[in-house]
Design a protein around this ligand. Structure first.
Ligand code: UDX
Length: 436
C-alpha cells in the first residue's frame, strides 16, 4: 500500500519506518527543510533503539522517502497519517493549529478515496474538526480515522511492531477494511484490533496515559508515606503487584514521571473535563503530587548538609526523563539542577544520551562529564535521577575513592538497603528508610 505520513517527529518517523518495514511504500512529509534534507542524507534525527537499522534498510530498498512537499508526498497514497505536534496552549488544552492547517491543505489535494488518520494525541472531537476542514475543498470521498499511538520512547519500534492492541476509531466499513489490512502484519500474535467510534478512540488515549500517570503517582504517595511509617515501598510493590487486578507494571516509585506524553496528556484531559463542566479531581491531585515529587529528595539533601549547600558539588547521574532516550522534556533532573543551583551548589552531570539536549537548553551552568565517575570526582554527594542500566552495578570501590563523602541520594531506588549498609554508604532513596 502507498502511505503518506505528515509530521516526522518521533511518532511520525517510527510509524513511517515501521510501515515501510511491513512492505508498504511510505513517504514522510515535513515542513522542516533541514530535517528532511538530513533524512535524505541518511541521518536519523532522533535516537530510538532499532530505528536506525530499520530506517536504512527501508531507504535502501526504496520503500521510505522524504519530502517537504505535501502534494508530492500524498500522491497516490491510500492512507495519510497525521502525526503532528499538539503542544499545550497557555490554558493547558492541546493546540490544534498544525493539524487543522494540514487538514485545510489536504482537501483540494485528494485525488481518490483516501483514509486520513489522526495519530497525534488530540482532544475528543478533533476528528470531526479535521473532517470539516478537509471537506471544505475535497472533491473525492474520504474518511477520518482516529488511531492513537501507545508508543513508549526507547521501545517505540518494538511497541509499534508488537502492539498490545491497536485502537481504531471509525464508523466507516471501507476505512475499517483498509486499517485492518494495514495492521494485519502487526497483530499476527492474536493481539486485538479494537474498533470503536472516533470520540471513544480519542478518549482511550487520554484514559490510558492518565491512568498510568495516576498509577505511578499513587505509588509515589504510598512511598512518601512508607518513609514516615517505616515501611519499604519495594515490598509493597511486590505485595500488591502480584494481585492480577493491579498488575506488576508501572508501580515503581521514584522522583516523578516526565516526558512528552504523561504531563501534557494529564493536563489536556483535565482541561477537557473543565470544558465539559466536570471537575476531574484525581487528575488535579496527580499533577500537584508529581510536581512536588520531582524535587522530593531536596529536603533530604538540605537536611544532610545542614542547610549549608553553598559551594558544595553535587554529581548527578541521569538527565533524560527515563532511560534509553535523550528526551529531557519535563525531566525531573532539570528541576533538581535548578533547585541545587539556587542553593549555591556546583552541579556536575552525566547522562549517556541526553547531555547535548541539556546543554542546548540550559547552557554551561553545570559541568558536563565524560563518564559517571568524572561526575562524582571530588563531589560532596551523588544524586541519581535516571535509572540507566549502567548505574545499577557501578564500581562502588572506585566511587569511594572519588566522592568526598560516601553519600548517595537515589531517586530511582537502584540499590538494595543491606548492600548499601554493608558498603558503608549514607543512602537516601524513595519510600524506604535511609541508611546511615
Ligand atoms: C508514555 C506511554 O507509556 C505511551 O503509551 C504513550 O503513548 C506515551 O507516553 P513514555 O512517555 O515514552 O510513554 O514513557 P513511559 O515508559 O511510559 O514512562 C513515563 C514516565 O513514567 C517516565 O518518566 C518514567 O520514569 C515514569 N515511570 C514509569 C515511573 O516513575 N514509574 C513506573 O513504574 C513507570
Amino acid at each position: 500500500m502507498k502511505i503518506a505520513v505528515v509530521g516526522t517527529g518521533y511518532v511520525g518517523l517510527v510509524t513511517g519506518t515501521c510501515f515501510a518495514e511491513t512492505g508498504n511504500h511510505v513517504t514522510c512529509v515535513d515542513i522542516n527543510e533541514a530535517k528532511i534534507k538530513q533524512m535524505q542524507d541518511g541521518i536519523v534525527p532522533i535516537y530510538e533503539p532499532g530505528l536506525e537499522d530499520m530506517f536504512h534498510r527501508n531507504v535502501n530498498e526504496g520503500r521510505l522517502n522524504f519530502t517537504t512537499s505535501l502534494s508530492e508526498g500524498i500522491e497516490g497514497a491510500k492512507v495519510i497519517f497525521l502525526a503532528l505536534p499538539t503542544p499545550p496552549g497557555e490554558d493547558g488544552s492541546a493546540d490544534l493549529k498544525y493539524i487543522l492547517q494540514v487538514a485545510n491543505d489536504l482537501g483540494p489535494l485528494l485525488a481518490d478515496y483516501t483514509v486520513i488518520i489522526d495519530k497525534s494525541t488530540v482532544p475528543v472531537g478533533t476528528s470531526e474538526l479535521v473532517q470539516t476542514a478537509i471537506a471544505k475543498e475535497a472533491k473525492f470521498p474520504f474518511d477520518v480515522v482516529s488511531n492513537p499511538e501507545f508508543l513508549r520512547e526507547g521501545v517505540a519500534v518494538e511497541d509499534f511492531m508488537k502492539p498490545d492492541r491497536v485502537v481504531i476509531g471509525t464508523q466507516s466499513d471501507r476505512a475499517k477494511e483498509m486499517m485492518s489490512k494495514l495492521y494485519a502484519p502487526l497483530v499476527r500474535q492474536g493481539n486485538p484490533i479494537i474498533f470503536m467510534d472516533e470520540r471513544s478512540a480519542e478518549m482511550t488515549k487520554y484514559a490510558a496515559n492518565a491512568f498510568l500517570a495516576t498509577k505511578i503517582t499513587f505509588m509515589n504517595e504510598i512511598a512518601n508515606l512508607c518513609e514516615k511509617v517505616g515501611a519499604n515501598v519495594d515490598d509493597i510493590r511486590r505485595g500488591i503487584g502480584t494481585d492480577s487486578r493491579i498488575g506488576k507494571r508501572f508501580l515503581f516509585a521514584g522522583i516523578g514521571y516526565g516526558g512528552s506524553c504523561f504531563p501534557k496528556d494529564v493536563q489536556a484531559l483535565a482541561k477537557t473535563s473543565e470544558e465539559n463542566d466536570y471537575q476531574f479531581h484525581i487528575l488535579d491531585s496527580v499533577m500537584r503530587v508529581n510536581e512536588l515529587q520531582k524535587t522530593k529528595l531536596m529536603p533530604y539533601i538540605q537536611g544532610h548538609f545542614k542547610n549549608d549547600l553553598a559551594g558544595k558539588t553535587i554529581g548527578i547521574w541521569g538527565l533524560a526523563f527515563k532511560p534509553y532516550t535523550d528526551d529531557i522534556r519535563e525531566a525531573p533532573a532539570l528541576y533538581n539542577i535548578e533547585a541545587l543551583l539556587a542553593l549555591g551548589c556546583k552541579v556536575r552531570v552525566y547522562d549517556p544520551e541526553a547531555m547535548k539536549n541539556v546543554q542546548d537548553q540550559i547552557g554551561d551552568v553545570v559541568e558536563y562529564s565524560k563518564t559517571p565517575y568524572d561526575a562524582i570526582d571530588g563531589a560532596d554527594a551523588l544524586l541519581i535521577v535516571t535509572e540507566w542500566p549502567q548505574f545499577r552495578t557501578p564500581d562502588f570501590e572506585r566511587m569511594e575513592t572519588l566522592l568526598k563523602n560516601k553519600v548517595i541520594f537515589d531517586g530511582r531506588n537502584l540499590y538494595e538497603l543491606p548492600q548499601m549498609q554493608e558498603l558503608g554508604y549514607t543512602y537516601y532513596s524513595v519510600g524506604r528508610q535511609s541508611v546511615n
